[in-house]
Design a protein around this ligand. Sequence first.
Ligand SMILES: *[C@@H]1O[C@H](CO)[C@@H](O)[C@H](O)[C@H]1NC(C)=O
Length: 500
Amino acid sequence: MDTFTYDLVVTNGICVTAVDVASYDIAIKDEKIVLLAPSGSLATANAKRIIDAEGGYVTPGGVDCHVHLQEPAMFGKGTSSDTYETGTRSAIAGGCTTIIGFAPQQRSEPSLLRALAETHERARDNSYCDYGFHLLMGNPSEQALAELVSLRDEEGVTSLKIYMTYAALQLRDDQILSVLLKARREHILTMIHAENGDILNWLTDQLEARDLVAPKYHSHSRPPVLEAEATNRAIALSSLIANTPILLVHVSDPGATLRIRQAQTNGQPIYAETCPQYLFLTRDDLDKPGFEGAKCVCSPPPRDKESQEVIWTGLRNGTFAVLSSDHCPFNYDDAESGKKTCITHEHPVGQFRHIPNGIPGIETRLPLVFSSRRLPLTKFVEVSSTNPAKLYGLYPRKGSLIAGVSDADIVIWYPESKRPNIVLTNEMLHHATDYTPYEGREICNWPRYTILRGRVVWDRDNGGVLGDKTFGEFLRRGTSSLNQLWETVDEQGEFDVANL
Ligand SMILES: *[C@@H]1O[C@H](CO)[C@@H](O)[C@H](O)[C@H]1NC(C)=O
């Protein structure tokens, strides 16, 4: 017989949410936070277990809203080096308790529901953390658009992602308009990868004609203006469809950022995401000797120091609503399915056109940004947990510490007195990828404990990963609640072509 009042108590922590920093104790029962109480008052509570945070910060579990795992190869030879199992194991070790992955619909597949069912197969009983899916739409067929209602009402999927680049996925402007119109009617949030695919193909041909194919030319093939142009176009298309809300994913460029800011100032429902690679890497990282630069090849490419500063400012001042990892891992030293698939006898440093695009980062996202001390802690929680939960319909179950309401997803950081000084190495990490782009960086704090629905799944000093791959649950998501998104949008009325 269970005679404990609580399953778990976290005492003596400094709790940080998106709105405040305050010392209080947290009591957990049946996977939920059930009570917040004065600091130290639960130190002797009748609980199965009591964790003394020793004055360390306590934050809601991280929500990583942009994660690619175990997706079928869509862009050429590379295949993801992480499965749901290894990617989510890495997530919890880095303080992340919820991810939203992608259910990819291939261009040859008319149905979104089928793409979703296949993705469920890969993730079921194979995830250490809770997870949801965005539909990655490769084919906006009539059938696909008609399925949005069932996706929302029956499947708990309320967002989709479209691309303005990549041969296998690039949509034309008229296709984008059809998606936006339907998404607006059904209250589905559209995420857009904004890079001009036609320009980048043309530039790639130009570079290859001059035999400029080393990894660093990836950056030359995607200069900032190509992101700024596509971002501007996405915003224009959204405005045409009576201000359909859109979220611009992984923004790296100041020009794109400025355009987003202007649209927000004008009252358009334009949201934006950025990622650690645009805060901590630059194009110089692509210019390492030999093929080494391929480790940092992702799209858009990392920019320069000045751009990093603009992105930090945008994170602090609300231009960016969310900070995700865009974890999209490929092994480096792997000629079968990793970065080195593009190395041939003829091209000993590969051909940037064929380097699988993407980098790992699911585990390092929170520690890197937390230890940088460049965001107020409340802002750190807001962009890495609370806003992702609100934007994608998971709030307040996820992204907060509300008694009686929130899941007991909690990260406990080291107190100042026990702060570890960590030099990041790939061996420390829990993904199945053979490198981290952040090798050698100094990090001054790390999640000491990660708690998922009341269970300690990561204890850095005593056992490391304690969770298991059947504990993560699929999350059915509601519609976006950030800024009462749909209420505000609906006030502007339906799209009517006669009113343009
Ligand atoms: C917010 O940050 C963006 C991006 O750095 C910048 O363009 C904008 O001027 C900033 N706005 C304010 C009000 O500080």
